[in-house]
Design a protein around this ligand. Structure first.
Ligand code: MG
Length: 261
């Protein structure tokens, strides 16, 4: 893992040599429903050059098809195959460890719950073997209580991603990680997180594109998720300053800084 202390400030990505791009979505491609300046033109030109790219998101609220539609709507060519989400990687992780029919208590959107069911699990509010936590803006005390009781009963607490904060149109909102930590704190356990900064999600994206770590770059706006995941997978991380402000207390140091795409 390379963690240089003085990041190189790039004027443009043209200063780097790469043949594939892995990119975060929130804070890099869009913020809320609006495209971020420079992103659309950049990805369009990579598409025109035939340079492969894949989007990697910790957001588990929507399916790959939904993300691809949103990205296309902003003017960037994209197929569902070019989107890897924490939900997908999380369900692969749970499927590898728990048999179909396992009762799972889910904190998440209806779309996420549908995908948990489609993966063969049974949604349950009691006697669950797994408590699966994704971002859910309806999360409340009764859900926290149900999750707590399942964890105290022996269920494994798994979070789709450890993000504590997310950029939205008018500022920031708590992320799935903050919800998972609230349950973990009450239960006195540590949650298992699957999305970035776990390198698994980066490996899956590289496999999709058929590229090696050394030929790729990863664009992100969070040191503790995007950049750390890239470093763990041996990919050069570029911190782009269009999303969450850089966390000066983070132990993660980016190799490259870029003001905007
Ligand atoms: Mg982001």
């Amino acid at each position: 893992m390379t963690q240089p202390h003085n990041p190189t400030r790039l004027q443009s990505l043209d200063e780097l040599e790469f043949s594939a791009v892995l990119s975060d979505l929130d804070g890099i491609v869009y913020r809320g429903d609006d495209a971020i300046a420079g992103a659309v033109a950049r990805f369009r030109s990579w598409h025109d050059q035939g340079l492969p790219y894949c989007f990697i998101t910790n957001n588990a609220e929507k399916s790959a098809d939904d993300f691809a539609s949103k990205i296309i709507g902003l003017g960037i060519p994209c197929t569902p195959h070019q989107v890897v989400s924490a939900a997908e990687v999380t369900l692969a992780y749970v499927s590898a460890r728990y048999a179909p029919g396992t009762p799972v208590y889910v904190v998440g959107t209806p779309s996420f719950k549908n995908r948990v069911e489609a993966a063969g699990f049974v949604l349950a509010s009691t006697a669950a073997q797994v408590v699966l936590v994704a971002l859910d803006r309806q999360f409340d005390y009764s859900m926290m209580k149900a999750a707590l009781r399942n964890v105290l009963g022996g269920a494994e607490l798994i979070g789709t991603n450890p993000d504590l904060i997310r950029p939205v149109d008018d500022g920031f909102e708590p992320g799935a990680g903050a919800i998972a930590h609230s349950i973990a704190t009450a239960a006195g356990v540590s949650p298992k997180f699957i999305g970035k900064p776990s390198p698994d999600i980066i490996h899956l994206a590289m496999e999709r594109l058929g590229v090696q770590a050394q030929s790729a770059i990863m664009l992100g706006d969070q040191l503790d998720t995007d950049i750390l995941a890239a470093q763990r997978a041996g990919v050069r991380g570029v911190f782009v300053e269009t999303g969450v402000p850089i966390n000066p207390r983070s132990a993660v140091k980016t190799e490259y800084l870029l003001q905007q795409l």
